[in-house]
Ligand binder design. Structure first.
Ligand code: PRT
Ligand code: ZN
Length: 283
């Protein structure tokens, strides 16, 4: 049995549960309990605030956890980062009022910066030889310059909409973040084997995202051309059809290139094109 800590409610909560579900691990609906036994894997879920996950994992209260890289960096706990999970993407940036005459990071010398991430900010300031005041504030950091608490902010940015709405502009990106799977260092062999199984399942789900399985019929003399159109196809499956001169090609195609590829394939004579969703890619 392993214990996995995930955010009880918040931005990473639903996607953590979806990833587990797609990996064949069902989490009971009720989030009112701190601990819940999952179905489909020898695992229990510990629901925590995201800020508490790095310490829970570092101390062994949980064997593994799903949490933003930014939170792990801020807390400074010793954990093993096993894999990025492909959701919760954001960056931690310094932003200044639109009206500021910002010309480079030297501008920050002697200024006051409001943030909920003082450790990451102080580390970056020291690394860049900048001497600035760090003002810790929990929540609504973006309003600090307007109400005179600080000259700049250091906060999470994703679309950038919050900065624009508050008359701020992003001037320095300090770190990129997304949700990571972390684990307690030094787990015993039994737990390590279960974590490896979890990593294997997560990888197969994540690799199947953003790709489609495409099948089509094509004249035999157009197969080489079709292979050139299908991006990333190294070793296509080509099967003969009962009708002479025709064959069927099967391939995995990235979603962003899908429609362009299909239009080109139709032009060279592809017929009966089927696009199917992929649930897992087992490597
Ligand atoms: O209650 P608990 O302590 O568990 O949750 P929380 O309120 O501390 O965190 P939560 O749920 O807001 O975020 C959890 C994690 O999601 C963060 O630690 C990041 O790793 C990740 N994440 C991804 C984000 C965002 N995107 C995000 N946009 N976390 C916060 N934001 C906020 C940001 O603080 C800012 O106010 O959204 C605003 C900016 O968004 P844009 O799109 O306007 O730029
Ligand atoms: Zn939090």
């Amino acid at each position: 049995m392993i214990r996995l800590a995930i955010q009880s409610k918040g931005r990473l909560s639903e996607q953590s549960i979806s990833l587990l579900k797609e990996s064949g691990i069902n989490v009971p609906d009720s989030k009112r309990h701190l601990l819940a036994q999952a179905k489909g894997f020898d695992l229990e879920i510990l629901f925590l605030r995201d800020d508490d996950i790095p310490q829970a994992v570092a101390s062994g209260v949980a064997d593994a956890g799903i949490v933003g890289r930014n939170v792990v960096a801020e807390k400074g706990e010793t954990v093993d980062t096993l894999m990025p999970l492909g959701f919760g993407a954001c960056r931690l940036s310094i932003a200044v009022p639109n009206t500021a005459d910002y010309t480079g990071s030297g501008w920050l010398n002697g200024k006051k910066i409001a943030t909920s991430y003082p450790a990451i900010l102080k580390n970056w300031l020291a690394g860049n030889n900048i001497s600035a005041g760090v003002h810790l504030i929990e929540g609504s950091v973006e309003i600090s310059p307007a109400i005179g608490i600080a000259d700049a902010i250091f906060d999470i940015v994703s679309s950038g909409g919050t900065l624009v709405a508050n008359g701020l502009r992003e001037v320095e990106t300090v770190m990129e973040s997304e949700a990571d799977l972390i684990a307690c260092p030094g787990l015993d062999a039994g737990k390590r084997a279960l974590i490896d199984k979890l990593v294997f399942r997560f990888n197969s789900v994540i690799h199947s995202r953003g790709v489609k399985y495409v099948l089509m019929n094509i004249p035999h003399n157009k197969v080489d051309e079709a292979i050139k159109i299908l991006p990333g196809m190294r070793s296509p499956t080509v099967l003969p059809l009962a009708q002479p001169g025709w064959c069927s090609i099967h391939s995995v195609v990235p979603e962003d290139a899908l429609w362009q590829s299909i239009e080109q394939l139709k032009k060279i004579g592809a017929e009966g094109i089927l696009v199917l969703a992929l649930e897992n890619i087992i490597r």
